[in-house]
Structures are given as structure tokens and as C-alpha cells.
Design a protein around this ligand. Structure first.
Ligand code: ASP
Length: 342
């Protein structure tokens, strides 16, 4: 394995990783991304060419919106033939959503797109930004037999590279901010970079297809004990949304109260796809396993299996905006398209 002669495009969208403390006010501000090498001179030691491109107005990722995903995907599309790999610097708060969306938007990807960020700003003495950034570049530059090792959208944070659409942010304090409970890490960084070749997505070998259309009218409903009929009826106004994700208990269970089942049935009967995902961080939906999910199975609700909520929402946005689906919506959603479910 080697990182030689690779060319990497670093794309800065915003977030802590690109920030320094203003010496006068003490508040965090974005540094000029073109000055990256000043802050991380170690990048000069990497045996690859690094170019940088920044969003015109970098954003805190809490302000992330599908329009920025389209912007990001356009940058990758325009530069796809000019670079061996891409590293996207992003705030950690919504990184799993963006990275999941990008995985669906880039069909037949054959190059690495690695998302990373940090918990502490790059200018901080104890920053995690340097390791995250340097190793992400190395992973994006990894080649074997003259071909990229990683050919999918990954997320690197605190010594682990994950499949991006399997990740969730789980900690606002620890450097280990992300996890992927339903899929193993693709690579780990220790004394050496060790890649789990069996876990990597096998590329299709077809030309890259970029999908920029996304349906934003999606609703997420999280179950909780005490949820009221009044709230659910108000939210599930079928004129207002095109797709619904319900975050259920355990293996896909909900209250069996008749008003709740009737409210969901009304949504399904109006032709709106409803996806069942578990609010557990790990494990899978198995509808019909308990009496409390039989009605959902019988009315044709889609099983999200072991997909994350982040991937379910973005997969819905992607599929609802796609014309001429090769299979019916339920079958297609229940099929892994980018390794997002088992
Ligand atoms: N609020 C920041 C963001 O998500 C946190 C971070 O950069 O990690 O943009």
C-alpha cells in the first residue's frame, strides 16, 4: 500500500475543524482555508498533492440543508476526474446526515470521499483536528495496485474510518464522537493503518452517476410513551409531506392504540411511504416479532432494518426525487443501495 502520487481535494464546508480563536475577542472564527499549511505544516510531509476549496461562506453544520449537499456534490462532480480522492471537512453535528446523503447522491462512486471534522478547533493546543485531518488524507490517498483502496463515502474520526451512512454522532464531549454499531470499522489507525478489506464496498464498475434531486418534504416522528392523539393527528396531515420515517421502540414496535394505527394507515393508504426505523442505536427492525408491530407489517410499512435514522431520511429524500425506479418503492428501500443496511 502506498500514498504516493495521489492528488487530494480538501473541501471545507464549515465547522470547528476550520476555526481558530480570535486573540482579541476569544471567540471562534474561521481561518482563511488557503492558509491551511500554516496551521498544519505536517501536511507538507505527506507524499501527495493537496488542493483546497472552501464553501464561499462556511457554515456551522447545524445550518446544513439539502441545498448545501447539492453544492458539495457539484464540487465533487466537477473535480471528479482531476483528483484521486476527496476529503470533506464538516461540522460534526450533522456530519452523518450530509455524508449519508452524499453516499446516495453519488452512485457508482469509485474514489474515496472521506468526511472528517473535530471536537476542538485546529488552533487549540489539545486539538483532535490534526490527527483527524492528516489520517483522512492518508486514507483518501491509499492505493493498492495503482487503484484507490477506499471507493465509497467514509467518515473518519478518532482513529476509525466508518462507512459514512452507518454512522451516528453519539457524544458531544469525547473525541470519539461517532459510532457505527451495525457495521464494522472499515479501517483503524494505530501504529499502522489497518484496512478491513472484507468490510469495504465493492464498486459497481459503472460510470459515476450524480443525483442532485432531493425531496425535502420528509417527516420524522419519534415514538415516546405518552404521545397524544392530538399531536399525532396534527403532524400526520398527509397534504404536508411526501415521506415519513417513524422511530419506533426496540425491534420496530409502537403502541397498539387504535387511533395511532388508524393515523398511520391513513398515511399509507394515501400512497405516502412510511419507513420503520428503531430508535435503538444498534440492532434491527423485525416487524411481526412482537404483537406491537404486526399491524405495521400488515399495512405495508417499509422495514428500515438496521439503517440509521440519518440514512433513512436521506435515502427517502433521494428515492422520492428519483423518476423511473427500477423496483417498487418498498422493495427498493429495503434493498441496500450503498451498503447502508444489511
Ligand atoms: N457546531 C459545530 C458544527 O457542527 C460542531 C463541530 O464543528 O463539530 O458545525
Amino acid at each position: 500500500m502506498t500514498t504516493q502520487t495521489s492528488s487530494i481535494l480538501l473541501i471545507y464546508t464549515g465547522g470547528t475543524i476550520g476555526m481558530i480563536k480570535d486573540s482579541e475577542t476569544g471567540s471562534l472564527k474561521n481561518f482563511n482555508f488557503n492558509d491551511l499549511l500554516t496551521y498544519i505544516p505536517e501536511l507538507n510531509l505527506l507524499d501527495c498533492r493537496i488542493d483546497t476549496q472552501s464553501f464561499e461562506a462556511p457554515i456551522d453544520s447545524s445550518n446544513m440543508e439539502p441545498v448545501y449537499w447539492q453544492q458539495l456534490v457539484s464540487i465533487i462532480e466537477n473535480q471528479y476526474d482531476h483528483f484521486d480522492g476527496f476529503v470533506v471537512l464538516h461540522g460534526s453535528d450533522t456530519m452523518s446526515y450530509t455524508a449519508s446523503a452524499v453516499s446516495f447522491m453519488l452512485e457508482n462512486l469509485a474514489k474515496p470521499v472521506i468526511f472528517t471534522g473535530s471536537q476542538l478547533p485546529i488552533g487549540d493546543l489539545r486539538t483532535d483536528a490534526k490527527e483527524n485531518l492528516i489520517t483522512s488524507i492518508q486514507l483518501a490517498a491509499l492505493k493498492k495496485d495503482n487503484s484507490a483502496v477506499i471507493k465509497e463515502v467514509g467518515l473518519y474520526f478518532e482513529y476509525k474510518l466508518y462507512r459514512a451512512n452507518r454512522t451516528t454522532k453519539i457524544n458531544a464531549e469525547h473525541f470519539e464522537a461517532f459510532t457505527s454499531l451495525n457495521y464494522p470499522a472499515l479501517a483503524q489507525s494505530g501504529v499502522n493503518l489497518s484496512v478491513d478489506y472484507n468490510a469495504l464496498l465493492v464498486p459497481t464498475g459503472k460510470p459515476l452517476l450524480v443525483h442532485k434531486a432531493l425531496e425535502p418534504k420528509i417527516l420524522l416522528l419519534k415514538m415516546f410513551p405518552g404521545i397524544t392523539q392530538q399531536m399525532v393527528t396534527h403532524l400526520l396531515d398527509v397534504k404536508m409531506f411526501k415521506g415519513l420515517v417513524i422511530e419506533t421502540y426496540g425491534t420496530g414496535n409502537v403502541t397498539t392504540k387504535s387511533w395511532f394505527i388508524a393515523a398511520l394507515k391513513k398515511v399509507v393508504d394515501s400512497g405516502i411511504p412510511v419507513v420503520n426505523v428503531t430508535q435503538c442505536s444498534g440492532g434491527s427492525v423485525v416487524m411481526g416479532h412482537y404483537q406491537t408491530s404486526v399491524a405495521l407489517k400488515n399495512m405495508g410499512i417499509i422495514s428500515g432494518k438496521d439503517i440509521t435514522t440519518e440514512a433513512a431520511l436521506t435515502k427517502l429524500m433521494y428515492l422520492l426525487a428519483t423518476d423511473d425506479l427500477p423496483l417498487d418503492f418498498k422493495t427498493l428501500f429495503e434493498t441496500p443501495l450503498r451498503g447502508e443496511m444489511s
